[in-house]
Ligand binder design. Structure first.
Ligand SMILES: [Zn+2]
Ligand SMILES: [Zn+2]
Length: 687
């Protein structure tokens, strides 16, 4: 059966049995920060079994987009490993159970897909007599082909130490005795290639309590998964899923793009290219952009692996972006979102290819040099690994794979410490840049009042130190001066003490402690009680720019796309600079539209809500935007503008959007590969 028929018949089969057909959820799990990518059909239904959310339907079926990078080094080397794959599944939430699920699975495979029933086997959890009896008595599968397996293979969950869990039953397809490993008991569950698992039925029926005791689950039910790639492979009589109609036409197209043949020499490279580009296309469409962290890092690693394989067979130019176009053509019928992001996906893939191709050649030469210096069994030093990673863009996962091929070991501890040292270096560099002279290094307690006070009296000037040039760095026990952070510049103002006056020229943190830099205007500086006052007009102009930055960020996500991510910002009196990841310049129409939408929010004069001490998970669940690359503690502050924007933000803001007054975009330019910059004026400066 071709993959079109498999998709259609699977959903039809279960719709006829009362299942709601539910569309695939995105590859980025919406409410589950513990997951990097959606990796199974059940992810979007999780709360329905636990009963924390009332299920809107009791039966569902879906074909879910999934991404797994844990076996990346296997893809292309085996007949059935993939990064991106589609998982078909039928689900019951407190509705039908094993009595229906097992016979339906059997019926679909044997009567609809018409797999040879003599080549199908089943496995059950060794203690699950119920499932065993259903297979033998109801379905009529010979006892010899029902295998009892232990908890490792046939008991699912709980995720973590408590929660939903239960036994499962798998259906295997026998690829034939030729692939038998020759082991005495070669059967489903054996590690060899003879028996391939096609359909897994999980029976979540217990709730495991912390401590290990199990009670019945509130909504016991059914959770199944069947990889479309594997089903296509066995139903089309292929030995590899890459030979099924999901991949074979694309492998041929990739060969044409490279002007080569899918022969023995190129086959692996072409399979890797197609598999990896599928992952890239679907991930980018769902808003993930290659980068150096988390999901973006995984994506970048996938792309680089594909380029490395292609380079070995002579490819020297970007080509994955053209494979991406072919994939979108093949898949858009089932995933219309692909067509909408076609140009964007191609552009992102191409610019990522160009980026790596700049260092790939030199990196491989470096690697070749290592192969000459080290022999099989040697350990490659951590410094060399770091160099490959940092200078040539060879992710450590990729180097590991190359090392396995060459029989070399890696000094991973040495690599980790080199990475750590680099992080420390860049941290201390930025401390010098932003934290001024650092003349005061004691751990000092500070009452931070910049959110609610612009002037304080009777505060202790408890520490001061002279700086080069006649200025002073000093610390107040209670301070109204906002120290530069998160792009917002530091406050200025005045300090008046007993017989002296200081002009505050900047505020920042020194070793984490808020301090100010000041110029002596009169008298002699002395420790003791002082009065401190922020330059209120200037602070207002800064806040106009900061609040406008939040409006701009939210607006760009509406006008350009929700993949827009803040890469950096500078908030100064009356002006702002906003950098974001995007691959195309804004059109003049988009610039006008952005301005118009921001102004609309200004005119709507909405209140700003500042909520401190929100647990970070709660904030993310509520959809608050986290700054790209920024680290946050367990508790965060959420600044929101009702119905428009919510961001994690420690800066200071206006009380209402109307106080911004006016807003003009000065320019929209590119500052680096894939990074755009908007500069804008607000308040008086924009009049
Ligand atoms: Zn075997
Ligand atoms: Zn902010």
């Amino acid at each position: 059966m071709n993959h079109r028929e498999l998709r259609r018949t699977f959903l039809e089969f279960f719709a006829e049995r009362g299942h709601k057909i539910v569309p695939s959820s995105p590859l980025v799990p919406k409410d589950d920060p513990s997951l990097l990518f959606t990796s199974a059909g059940m992810v979007q239904f999780k709360p329905y079994w636990a009963g924390t959310v009332e299920p809107p339907y009791r039966r569902a079926c879906s074909i879910q987009k999934c991404l797994r990078a844990s076996d990346l080094d296997q893809v292309g080397r085996t007949p059935r490993h993939h990064t991106f794959f589609e998982m078909m599944g039928n689900f019951s939430f407190g509705d039908y159970f094993k009595d229906e699920a097992i016979p339906w699975a059997w019926q679909y495979l044997t009567e609809v897909v018409k797999l040879d029933r003599n080549r199908l086997w089943a496995s059950v959890f060794e203690e699950d007599e119920e499932a065993y009896d259903i297979w033998v008595k109801n379905v009529g599968l010979p006892e010899a082909r029902v295998v009892r397996l232990g908890a490792k293979d046939n008991f699912w969950g709980p995720a973590g130490t408590s929660g939903a869990c239960g036994p499962c039953s798998e259906i295997y397809f026998d690829l034939g005795p030729k692939l038998d490993c020759g082991g005495e008991r070669c059967a489903p569950g054996c590690d060899c290639d003879r028996f391939i698992e096609v359909y897994n039925n999980v029976f979540p029926q217990f709730n495991q309590l912390p401590g290990g005791a199990r009670e019945p689950l509130k909504n016991r039910g059914i959770d199944t998964g069947m990889g479309l790639e594997r089903l296509a492979m066995v139903s089309q009589g292929k030995k590899s899923s890459f030979d099924s109609d999901l991949f074979a036409p694309l492998v041929r197209e990739a060969a044409q793009i490279l002007d080569t043949e899918p022969d023995d020499r190129n086959r692996q490279m072409l399979r890797v290219a197609v598999d990896h580009t599928r992952a890239l296309v679907f991930a980018i469409t769902d808003g993930i952009i290659p980068s150096n962290e988390a999901r973006g890092y995984v994506l970048r690693g996938i792309l680089r692996r594909a380029l490395l394989f292609a380079h070995r067979t002579g490819a020297r130019e970007p080509f994955l972006y053209r494979v991406a176009g072919a994939i979108i053509e093949h898949m858009k019928q089932w995933y219309p979102e692909l067509a909408a992001k076609r140009e964007q996906a191609a552009m992102i893939v191409k610019s990522e290819e160009e980026r790596f191709l700049r260092t790939l050649e030199a990196g491989l030469e470096r690697w070749q040099g290592l192969l000459e210096r080290f022999r099989s069994g040697d350990i490659l030093p951590g410094g060399e690994l770091f160099k490959l990673h940092d200078t040539f863009g060879f992710h450590i996962e990729l180097v590991k794979e190359l090392a396995v091929e060459a029989g070399l070991e890696l000094d991973l501890a040495g690599f980790e410490s080199a990475m750590l040292a680099q992080r420390e270096r860049s941290k201390s560099r930025s401390t010098i840049d932003t934290a001024g002279a650092g003349a005061l290094d004691d751990a000092l307690a500070t009452e931070e009042r910049w959110h609610d006070q612009l002037e304080v009296e009777d505060v202790e000037l408890d520490r001061f130190a002279p700086l080069a040039g006649g200025d002073y760095e000093l610390h107040l026990s209670r301070t109204p001066f906002y120290p530069e952070a998160g792009g917002q510049v530091g406050d200025t103002g005045e300090i008046e003490g007993n017989g002296f006056r200081l002009e505050v020229t900047n505020s920042y943190r020194s070793k984490g402690v808020p301090v100010v830099r000041a110029k002596l205007l009169a008298g002699e500086v002395a420790a003791g009680p002082v009065r401190a006052r922020v330059d209120v007009e200037r602070r207002r102009e800064i806040e106009r720019a900061h609040t406008a930055t939040h409006l701009l960020h939210a607006t760009l996500r509406r006008v350009v796309g929700d993949y827009v991510k803040q890469e950096g910002s500078l908030v100064e009196p009356g002006r702002l600079r906003f950098d974001f990841a995007s691959f195309e310049p804004l059109t003049p129409e988009q610039v006008t539209e952005v301005e118009r939408l921001v102004i609309e929010q200004v005119l709507a004069d909405k209140p700003l809500n500042r909520r401190p001490d929100v647990p970070i998970e709660e904030a993310k669940k509520a959809g608050a935007l986290a700054l790209f690359g920024e680290q946050y503690g367990e508790k965060v502050t959420v600044v929101s503008i009702p119905g428009f924007s919510a961001e994690l933000c420690g800066g200071t803001h206006l009380r209402r959007t109307g106080e911004i007054g006016s807003f003009i975009i000065l320019s929209e330019t590119g500052v680096a590969a894939g990074i755009r910059r908007i500069e804008a004026l607000v308040g008086r400066a924009a009049v």
